[in-house]
Design a protein around this ligand. Structure first.
Ligand code: MTE
Ligand code: MO
Length: 319
């Protein structure tokens, strides 16, 4: 068990004028949890400044591993190396551009082929479906990867409650469209808003979650707050961020990457070391924080859980 003291995000000796830890929002949250902690009371105020670097809500998670024994990536890496084209194609530039993007309150509309459509606030979803910690590998189609400790709930719980009709075969997800706040959306190259989709059985799989947090805290804007999908056995682009709409459909829905480049980005996008991207090999990957490349695992290491979903399908055709 982690003691209360160990979960204080900053040790007094780590504070330097340049390297400051707590954002105001984090400080208020942590101060509420740890009211009375002398160590925090003594050190936190001087650590506040406008250019403070955010800290993980629960730094003790950095010592955890995935089920294969590989350590989770640092909060720093997870929140500063991002793909989020609505902001920029520069992975190290997303965090700064997304810093003031409002993620709360956040509403998701659920409709299409369901008996009980509705609009749901993320705060209510979190109350109804208590977030679970899920430590997942994220494997980008660009052949880099991370291990991320998410907080989220299985999508099947929500889908079950909205009662898909018997015609529903797919789930379509749409990200927020807000060009005034997202500079990348003012570029004409992409068919905004970002969209993704899953087959209904993939969406109902227990590994598929809607994430509302990471590293024990809230979901930073650069990682897809207010709420995002995480499908750990598929390439990262399926794990759509900042979702505002979920629709159950009868037909396979259009997806942004598939619309742009169908021969490079299939609808399924299951991680598969045996099916190369037309422009590069998918046999190996670079885990962020490591130097040597490592082999890419079939279904990103989740074959035992998900291979049955694709029985009888030619994965070179349904890539
Ligand atoms: N709306 C939206 N969702 C998105 C993306 C994006 O550009 N826009 N990029 C995808 C890609 S390519 C990856 S690898 C993951 C990265 O998630 P992370 O930045 O939280 O690690 O988000 C995915 N979800
Ligand atoms: Mo990606």
């Amino acid at each position: 068990m982690t003691s209360l003291f160990q979960s204080v995000p900053v040790h007094p000796s780590e504070i330097t004028p340049k390297h400051v830890y707590l954002s105001r929002r984090d400080f208020i949250k942590v101060a509420g949890v740890l009211a009375g902690s002398m160590a925090l009371a003594a050190c936190a105020p001087q650590s506040l400044s406008s250019d403070s670097a955010p800290a993980p809500a629960d730094p003790s998670l950095s010592s955890k591993t995935d089920e294969l024994g590989d350590p989770v990536n640092s909060f720093e890496d997870i929140t500063n190396y991002n793909n989020y084209y609505e902001f920029t194609t520069d992975k190290r530039g997303v965090a700064q551009l997304a810093r003031d993007f409002p993620t709360s309150p956040w509403e998701v509309e659920i409709g299409g082929l369901v008996r009980k459509p509705g609009k749901f606030g993320v705060e209510d979803l979190v109350k109804k479906y208590p977030p679970e910690e899920r430590i997942y590998r994220l494997r980008c189609v660009e052949a880099w990867s991370m291990v991320i400790p998410w907080l989220g709930f299985p999508l099947w719980k929500l889908l079950k409650d909205v009662e898909p009709t018997s015609d529903a075969k797919y789930v379509s997800f749409t990200s927020i469209y807000k060009p005034e706040a997202m500079p990348g959306q003012r570029e004409p190259w992409y068919p905004w808003p970002y969209r993704e989709g899953l087959r209904l059985d993939e969406a109902m799989h227990d590994l598929t979650i809607l994430a509302t947090g990471l590293y024990g805290g809230e979901l930073p804007p650069q990682n897809g707050g207010g709420i995002r999908l995480v499908v750990p056995w598929k390439y990262g682009f399926k794990s759509i961020k900042a979702i505002v709409k979920i629709e159950l459909t009868a037909e396979q829905p259009p997806t942004l990457w598939n619309l742009i480049q169908p021969n490079e980005y299939g609808f399924y996008a299951n991680v598969n070391p045996n099916v190369d991207h037309p422009r590069w090999s998918q046999a190996t990957e670079r885990r962020i924080g490591e130097i040597a490349r490592r082999p890419t695992l079939m279904f990103n290491g989740y074959a035992g859980e998900v291979a049955a979903l694709y029985e009888g399908m030619d994965l070179r055709v349904y890539y």
